[in-house]
Design a binder for this molecule. Structure first.
Ligand SMILES: [Zn+2]
Length: 272
């Protein structure tokens, strides 16, 4: 009996120890799969930055897309039929955030819910007179700490046609996923070294306060004013700006650009 228990415990321990290795091997195999030409043309059409990537970067992105499509589930809402185009567009944009092997594949995320357009949710809000009321509000996208990202396909399409206006719902919601990887949505994703957290806090706090001040005083800003909502939104909006308006961000906010450049291990200015 004791021997049997010993064997079972041994098996459980080896499965736990081996599973990251098995996942790694499976991902390696997936990345070697040929990238279908049809997929390539969809990405070319819907990810304007794709043609500016170096051949090595393009191959890396294709590998990430293969992994992403295998590991994540796409669910159409309100009768929406999920197409290859939808999956590839969302996978392509979100995997840009992981391009240089800088992290896991949004480990908490299991499914992506796609609505045809803006969708409505009931939101509990407290008004000024200690009265709580329920309101119906329209949403274009959101990232849940649980395991889901919700997107409006109409908004995704609109953003893919306007790469460089600093707005991209996919970049925004997946930046929230990175932020929420440690279980908290506070504008601080998991960083490589302990010392990185100090630099992160210093630069982000300074830049966040500057945006809040500029928005309050009506000064024109590179980043969308929505970033002044709270530090988590600031990180998501800064990510959109970093990928879509890198030159302006580098010129006006070099410290913030450099911080994001180090975090994403990318230099989007080179793609302009
Ligand atoms: Zn947000």
């Amino acid at each position: 009996m004791a021997l049997l228990i010993f064997i079972i415990i041994g098996l459980i321990v080896s499965v736990i120890l081996l599973s990251p290795l098995i996942i790694k091997q499976r991902r390696k195999r997936l990345k070697r799969h040929t990238f279908p030409p049809l997929w390539n043309s969809i990405i070319e059409n819907n990810l304007l930055i794709y043609s500016r990537l170096s051949p090595a970067e393009r191959r890396r992105l294709q590998g990430h897309i293969q992994v992403f499509l295998t590991e994540k589930q796409f669910i159409g809402c309100q009768g929406l039929q999920v197409t290859e185009e939808m999956k590839l567009t969302i996978a392509g944009i979100s995997c840009l955030l992981l391009l240089n092997e800088r992290g896991e594949y949004f480990p908490k995320l299991r499914s992506i819910l796609i609505y045809p357009g803006a969708y409505f949710v009931n939101e509990i809000v407290a008004n000024g007179n200690y009265v709580v009321e329920e309101r119906r509000v329209a949403r274009l996208g959101e990232s849940w700490t649980k395991d889901q990202v919700v997107l409006s396909w109409e908004q995704v399409q609109q953003d893919t046609q306007n790469w460089s206006d600093g707005h991209n719902v996919v970049l925004h919601e997946f930046a929230h996923q990175l932020d929420q990887e440690d279980g908290k949505a506070e504008g601080v994703p998991i960083l490589q070294r302990k010392s990185d957290y100090l630099t992160w806090a210093r630069v982000m706090t300074e830049e966040y306060h500057q945006l809040c001040n500029d928005v309050q005083q009506g000064i024109k800003t590179v980043m969308d004013g929505y970033g002044a909502t709270n530090p988590a939104e600031f990180f998501a909006v800064a990510t959109e700006t970093f990928f879509e308006k890198p030159q302006e961000l580098l010129k006006k906010h070099p410290a913030l650009y450099e911080l994001l450049q180090r975090y994403y291990q990318l230099d989007p200015v080179q793609w302009v």
